[in-house]
Write a protein that binds this ligand. Structure first.
Ligand code: GLA
Length: 426
């Protein structure tokens, strides 16, 4: 009799907890999704390659023919994306950033590529990229000049949208430098979105609208989502741990505002993946890959695919991690807790699965262990009544079966991350 009462009480308690968690879940991410830009694109975060972080505005092809912004660079990267497994795992958009333009528009007011560095022009490059089964992205700016000082699109939105569509461009990164007012910024971003739609060509629209608004006032993300497929919120990524940390810190400080707005068709963009370059340790590269997957971030690599080490390549091509990033449910993850220099992040996935990342932010010492009760994961639902956990990073390993009351113990390297996938067992 005694045992039966205890069992009943514990069941009622458990039910109470589950209901409380359900309520929290509804509150946190059950809000109706804002309307996305109606172009049918970016139903999962965009994947590809973007030249900026690695190649910047190098226009000196005389002295640095292999690393200047030129047709040759993009032809070579296209070739490798198609032949070295990048396209096969989902990296599809090959994107040109700033500094591709000639300093002047042509006699009809159209933008033109620098004739020396892009002798075949953008249309021919697009044809080649398409012949490899890839898509081409290009860059322009809502203001009077691009950030590097090339011609801006202000006053030319319709002409530029038409030019890009005529060339066969598939993505536009639209920057926000040299815009003289917040009104011009907002009007310009909207105008270009509508102009791209009017061309009838499917063009992913990548914005930096909120980044340029933040210093003046809080962006209206519901509106931004109606016009853009993804949007940068924060400063440019650099090839350093400090930069990655600052992006993660900004994201957690603003997660109540930015997480609910992400979803199929519109994503927060924490900027490029710098994995495979010079500044991040192996563990830091793992952290970037894991957290960009949790954040449902566009995966735009900026590195030199012609010279990339096998470890970085394997990490960037990790299908299990990419599957988390590309999960069709399209919910962005968030930081669940921070304690003792550990952060726990989680992301709901389709079929009631969850991704969980434990980050060790301590920059001194060796690997540290972190233990968490699985009841606290996935808003109490991930392992209720039980689950199967697989570690995906730093190495793939089955951790096995966990009951609702179990604890999970992990070891995490300094500045590294353990990424897990939790699936319903029953
Ligand atoms: C800005 C953007 C970067 C890059 C440069 C190009 O800084 O945020 O991503 O496009 O301009 O000049």
């Amino acid at each position: 009799m005694m045992t039966a009462t205890v069992k009943l009480v514990s069941r009622v308690r458990r039910l109470g907890c589950v209901l409380a968690f359900c309520f929290l879940a509804l509150f946190l991410w059950g809000l109706p999704g804002a309307r996305a830009l109606d172009n049918g694109l970016a139903m999962t975060p965009t994947m590809g390659w973007l030249h900026w972080e690695r190649f910047m505005c190098n226009v000196n092809c005389q002295e640095e023919p292999d690393s200047c912004v030129s047709e040759k660079l993009f032809l070579q990267i296209a070739e490798i994306m198609a032949s070295d497994g990048w396209k096969d795992v989902g990296y599809e958009y090959l994107c040109i950033d700033d500094c591709w333009m000639a300093p002047e528009r042509d006699s009809e007011g159209r933008l033109q590529a620098d004739p020396k560095r892009f002798p075949g022009g953008i249309r021919r490059l697009a044809n080649y990229v398409h012949s490899k089964g890839l898509k081409l992205g290009i860059y322009a700016d809502v203001g009077n000049k691009t950030c590097a000082g090339f011609p801006g699109s202000f006053g030319y939105y319709d002409i530029d949208a038409k030019t890009f569509a005529d060339w066969g461009v598939d993505l536009l990164k639209f920057d926000g430098c040299y815009c003289d007012s917040i009104k011009h910024l907002a009007d310009g971003y909207k105008h270009m979105s509508l102009a791209l739609n009017r061309t009838g060509r499917s063009i992913v629209y990548s914005c930096e609208w909120p980044l340029y608004m933040w210093p003046i006032f809080k962006p209206n993300y519901t509106e931004i989502r109606e016009y853009c497929n993804h949007w940068r919120n924060f400063a440019d990524v650099y090839d350093s741990w400090q930069s990655i940390r600052s992006i993660l810190d900004w994201t957690t400080s603003n997660q109540e505002r930015i997480v609910p707005v992400a979803g199929p068709g519109g994503w927060n963009d924490p900027d490029m993946l710098v994995i495979g370059n010079f500044g991040l340790s192996r563990d830091q590269q793992i952290t970037q890959m894991a957290l960009w997957a949790i954040m449902a971030a566009p995966l735009l690599m900026s590195n030199d695919l012609r010279h990339i080490c096998p470890e970085a390549k394997a990490l960037l091509q990790d299908k299990d991690v990419i599957a988390i990033n590309q999960d069709p449910l399209g919910k962005q993850g968030y930081r669940l807790r921070k304690e003792d220099n550990f952060e726990v992040w989680e992301r709901p996935l389709s079929n009631l699965a969850w991704a969980v990342a434990m980050v060790n932010l301590q920059e001194i010492g060796g690997p540290r262990s972190y233990t968490i009760s699985v009841t606290s994961l996935g808003q109490g639902l991930a392992c209720n009544p039980d689950c199967v956990i697989t570690q995906l990073l730093p190495v793939k390993r089955k951790l096995g079966f966990y009951e609702w009351t179990s604890s999970l113990k992990t070891q995490v390297n300094p500045t590294g991350t353990v990424l897990l996938r939790l699936e319903r067992a029953s």
